[in-house]
Design a protein around this ligand. Structure first.
Ligand code: C5P
Length: 276
């Protein structure tokens, strides 16, 4: 067994429609999910006993004990490993940091033990882990377990921005007043150019935006600030927040937007990213 390194990309919900609620309290979703070229990094090494090290610019406050989703994902395999998690994404931020880390850990350990079958217990790690295992544009339904690849989307250039407030997902779902909203259209448009595709996205929603803003009004400020960047075509929140994204038609426009935002909001986490 050797060292395995896996990238854990940020997940972005381009749309997130809440279409119902199950008896157990979980919400039914219809969400178009893409992945960014920014993310965390996982390194897994064989060891005599389990050890999790968290390093990197966003390591502060991330647990290194058995509560970390990375440790829980590794435990499903029953082989002792030393894992180094390099954190670049903010936690509890609506871009699937923990879920993507867990998915990357599963992929690394599957590779290490030479068995690509998913271990029992993956579903218990969280609703977003399934789509994060897919790591490509996907439509996510059910409570997150029903994922289908969504090919044919154009390249999207984004600025991701997080103002540094943790937003607990359960609170945002609970605060949502109308739990039965329209799903996405039956067919997601394929083969469109970037501009028209963003126009189509603008006709869809993130139903969690309003309850997240009610809890953390700074999210409204993030959306307004992103909307004011030159060349921006759409600004929306991802997941249950607080990270928001702005979409541009070109990589240069997104880069310029990220540079301007980093200067005007030095305390925010800001990244230019390609989404696919
Ligand atoms: O599955 P995960 O641990 O990511 O979800 C965190 C919380 O978000 C859940 O305990 C639940 O309160 C809420 N949630 C939900 N419906 C979903 C996903 C999450 O109500 N589809």
């Amino acid at each position: 067994m050797s060292i395995t390194k896996v990238f854990a990309p940020a997940k972005v919900n381009l749309t997130l429609h809440v279409t119902g609620q199950r008896r157990d309290g979980y919400h039914l979703l219809d969400s178009l999910v893409v992945f960014a070229d920014v993310g965390d990094r996982i390194t897994v090494m064989p060891a005599d006993q389990n050890r999790l090290e968290v390093i990197g610019p966003r390591a502060k406050g991330v647990p290194t004990d058995g509560t970390n989703l990375v440790a829980r994902a590794a435990n499903l395999f029953g082989v002792p490993v030393h894992i180094v998690l390099s954190k670049h994404l903010p936690a509890a931020a609506g871009i699937g940091g923990g879920s993507s880390d867990a998915a990357a850990t599963i992929l690394a350990l599957s590779d290490m033990v030479g068995d690509t079958r998913l271990p029992e217990g993956v579903a218990d790690l969280g609703a977003d882990v399934r789509v994060c295992l897919m790591r490509q544009a996907a439509r996510m339904r059910g409570i997150g377990e029903d994922v289908a690849p969504c090919p044919g989307l154009p390249p999207l250039y984004a600025v991701l921005a997080n103002p540094g407030v943790d937003v607990p997902t359960p609170e945002v779902f609970q605060a949502l007043e109308n739990k039965q909203n329209q799903p996405l259209p039956k067919r997601i448009p394929q083969g469109m150019k970037t501009g028209p595709f963003i126009d189509w996205l603008a006709t869809q929603r993130n139903d969690l935006e309003a309850p997240a803003i009610a809890r953390s009004p700074v999210i409204q400020e993030v959306l307004k600030t992103l909307s004011d960047l030159p060349g921006v075509r759409l600004a929306r929140m991802s997941g249950s927040g607080a990270t928001c994204f702005a979409l541009f038609e070109t990589e240069d426009a997104a880069q310029a937007g990220a540079t301007a935002l980093t200067q005007s909001q030095p305390d925010w986490w800001v990244e230019a990213a390609k989404l696919s």
